[in-house]
Structures are given as structure tokens and as C-alpha cells.
Design a binder for this molecule. Structure first.
Ligand code: ATP
Ligand code: MG
Length: 157
């Protein structure tokens, strides 16, 4: 359904703030205006849950997770940055593959199937968006994704 993604994102972050530990800070750098997108809300909740749980899971206590959103031409760009363990540069592009888990020894302790981001990518692509990651080992990770904005001018054409 057509949804203002900014208020939708606020709701999802609110829920994490209520449940997540006080040791992680969720910082919002979100615009005030409306950014209308066409989404399956259940799938988009899963997308955000996966990205945010990773940011929490692979961050030390006391880290900050930073949310940003902006308009890039006719796309909405959403970024979620953490100050966690990061991912080696030669592995960043693999994290969206099924069952892929960077750093086997460390992630065995942390637990997970390696499916979260594969499903996330599948859902974003089903919404005609793109998803990718930037990361520096030891510094943190940023997950970026786009969604097509509803173009009001084109309606009825
Ligand atoms: P699950 O299926 O339970 O989500 P998972 O978290 O291991 O398991 P993905 O969410 O698909 O699987 O992530 C794949 C791998 O990418 C992770 O195992 C981890 O190595 C790396 N990764 C993902 N997000 C981050 C992040 N924010 N910081 C550091 N590494 C990350
Ligand atoms: Mg995960």
C-alpha cells in the first residue's frame, strides 16, 4: 500500500527503542516531509528488522545506530550505519548471499543462519529497489537501500 516511509520508519525505530537494550543508541536523522512509497508493510518490517538486528548484533555495547533518509532523483535512499565490527572489504559484497557469514569463528559465537540479508535483498528487489553495503573493518557498517518514490505527476497518465 502507499505509505509515507518516514513515519513508517519512525514507528519501526520506536518499537526497537522500547525493546532493545539501553546500551545501544538509535539516532534519527530523518527529513520532516512525506516520502511516499508503495510497500508491502509486513515485508518491509522484516527488511528493517533484519538490518537493525544485524547492526545491534555486530556492535559493541554502547554503540550508536544512525538512520538517514533522503531523496535521490525519483528514489528514496535509506541508510543505516553502525559502529560495530565491520566487514572485511573483500567480503562486503557477499553478505547478501544465502548462508554467507563473514568471519566464521566470530559469527559462530554470535549465532545466526546467514539468511537475513539474502531475504532482505529479495524483498527490496521485489519492491524495485537496490541494496548494498559499505564497511570498514573495526569501524562499522552502513547498509543502504533505495525504493522508488511514488511520482504524483505521473498519476493518471
Ligand atoms: P541471520 O540469518 O540470523 O540474520 P546472520 O546475521 O549471520 O544470520 P545475515 O543477516 O544475512 O546473516 O548477514 C550475513 C553476514 O554479514 C553476517 O553473518 C555478518 O558476518 C555480516 N554482517 C551483516 N550485517 C553486519 C553488520 N551490521 N556489521 C557487521 N557484519 C555484518
Ligand atoms: Mg542477520
Amino acid at each position: 500500500e502507499q505509505t509515507d516511509f518516514i513515519s513508517f520508519l519512525h514507528q519501526v525505530i520506536d518499537r526497537f527503542e522500547m525493546n532493545a537494550s539501553e546500551k545501544i543508541e538509535l539516532k534519527r536523522d530523518l527529513p520532516n516531509g512525506k516520502y511516499e512509497v508503495w510497500i508491502d508493510k509486513d515485508k518491509m518490517i522484516q527488511v528493517l528488522d533484519n538490518i537493525i538486528s544485524n547492526a545491534i548484533k555486530y556492535s559493541p555495547e554502547g554503540g550508536t545506530i544512525h538512520f538517514k533518509a533522503s531523496k535521490q532523483r525519483n528514489q528514496l535512499l535509506v541508510t543505516v550505519s553502525d559502529q560495530g565490527t565491520g566487514i572485511p572489504y573483500d567480503k562486503v559484497d557477499k553478505i547478501f548471499e544465502r548462508f554467507y557469514r563473514a568471519d566464521k569463528a566470530r559469527s559462530r559465537k554470535i549465532g545466526g543462519t546467514g539468511l537475513g540479508l539474502a531475504i532482505t535483498r529479495e524483498f527490496i528487489e521485489a519492491h524495485h529497489g537496490n541494496i548494498w553495503a559499505k564497511s570498514k573493518e573495526g569501524k562499522g557498517t552502513t547498509i543502504l537501500f533505495t525504493l522508488p518514490l511514488v511520482n504524483k505527476k505521473r498519476r493518471g497518465k
